[in-house]
Design a protein around this ligand. Structure first.
Ligand SMILES: NC(=O)C1=CN([C@@H]2O[C@H](COP(=O)(O)OP(=O)(O)OC[C@H]3O[C@@H](n4cnc5c(N)ncnc54)[C@H](O)[C@@H]3O)[C@@H](O)[C@H]2O)C=CC1
Ligand SMILES: O=C(O)C(=O)CO
Length: 327
């Protein structure tokens, strides 16, 4: 008999077929009040779980007594109850690397869009408000030659730094738990304390993972340290910042602008004050959302689940060290 798995995101046919070759698949497109009971019943039998974008709570995991591996179609793992997974020795597989370059592209798009007021000025043209030659009230600021401060110099942080330094001659400052020798050697990047980075950077780019240690990492105090002309980019998770503090900093023009791909609550409600700020560029969490990259992520997650249920955790197990501790 094939092992049973639960799939909680619609997948391209070829990838679904690959899963069906190996497993008996209970497939759902999302998990919500309409199908929760059915999902829970399927989970009770499942050895594997694969999907994305839905919080997988301790309560759901408690139901899944046979579960051995979870495969998320994302690099971020903040939607899981890590303690439950670790305690029970369940492997958590994720998709780093395949989305790094695309996400860095998106973050650089936010850098340019905020600095050059791309959305605001596009709207001016569309609304028929372009009545003459553009004056200083509509000028942007330069990107090339400026200083980019990267908070979280990991895979995506480094890919962003490469674009900024090699493509736009920007100086790179970074804050990270450990040094990044490659960024220092190849891009001349300088590691510095957070406060010093915030005070110096023209573009402050946040690419930390959301963990108990990074929740609300950037708040009122940190926005107050930024230069009045600073531009803040968040490509990490909404809860890594105090969103209310950012809204105030933007409303009071204490910083120049913000480019945001992630929010405390997603989808961002249309009633959020952010939606009324012309100095905020807002994207619907599209860091990795290209045809090529989303397909690569799905393929990687399918490979990961098959390998993990075969007992091979390879490179993409996010809790491999915790599993080694639980034996
Ligand atoms: N907007 C989007 O669509 C996307 C967002 N992301 C977010 O970006 C995050 C980062 O992804 P990667 O670069 O692949 O991860 P990564 O693990 O390669 O990089 C994270 C870096 O943050 C550092 N770090 C973690 N906690 C820290 C702390 N408390 N203090 C100082 N440094 C700390 C780590 O040492 C590491 O260098 C993901 O966890 C996810 O939340 C990732 C992909 C797409
Ligand atoms: O992979 C992630 O963590 C995302 O945010 C979406 O690609």
């Amino acid at each position: 008999m094939k092992p049973k798995i639960v799939l909680y995101k619609a997948l391209p046919e070829a990838e679904l077929a690959r899963l069906r070759e190996r497993f008996e698949v209970s497939a759902f497109d999302g998990i919500g009040p309409h199908n929760r009971a059915e999902v829970m019943a399927a989970l009770a039998e499942a050895e594997g779980l694969i999907g994305a974008s839905v919080p997988i709570t301790a309560e759901m995991l408690a139901q899944a007594s046979r579960l051995r591996a979870v495969s998320t179609i994302s690099v971020g793992i903040d939607q899981f109850d890590l303690n439950s997974l670790n305690r029970r020795g369940i492997a958590l597989m994720h998709t780093p690397s395949v989305l790094t370059e695309t996400t860095a592209d998106t973050l650089f798009a936010l850098v340019i869009a905020t600095a050059r007021r791309v959305v605001e000025l596009s709207n001016l043209v569309r609304d028929g408000r372009w009545l003459g030659s553009i004056g200083p009230e509509h000028y942007g600021v330069d990107v090339h030659g400026k200083t980019m401060g990267i908070i979280g110099m990991g895979r995506i942080g480094y890919a962003l730094a490469r674009r900024a330094h090699l493509g736009f001659d920007m100086k790179i400052r970074y804050y990270n738990r450990s040094p990044h020798p490659q960024a220092e050697a190849l891009l001349g990047a300088t590691r510095m304390p957070l406060d010093a980075l915030l005070a110096e950077a023209d573009f402050v780019c946040l690419v930390l993972p959301l963990t108990p240690g990074t929740e609300r990492f950037i708040g009122r105090e940190q926005f107050a340290l930024m230069k009045p002309d600073a531009i803040f980019i968040n490509g990490s998770r909404g809860r890594v910042i105090d969103e209310q503090a950012l809204i105030l900093a933007l409303q009071e023009r204490r910083i120049r602008a913000a480019g945001l791909d992630v929010f405390e609550v997603e989808p961002l409600p249309g009633s959020s004050p952010l939606c009324r700020l012309d100095n905020a560029v807002l994207l619907p969490h599209i860091g990795s959302a290209t045809h090529e990259t989303r397909l690569a992520m799905v393929r990687c997650a399918v490979d990961n689940l098959i390998a993990a249920l075969d007992g091979d955790l390879g490179q993409n197990c996010a809790n491999v060290s915790a599993l080694a501790r639980t034996g």
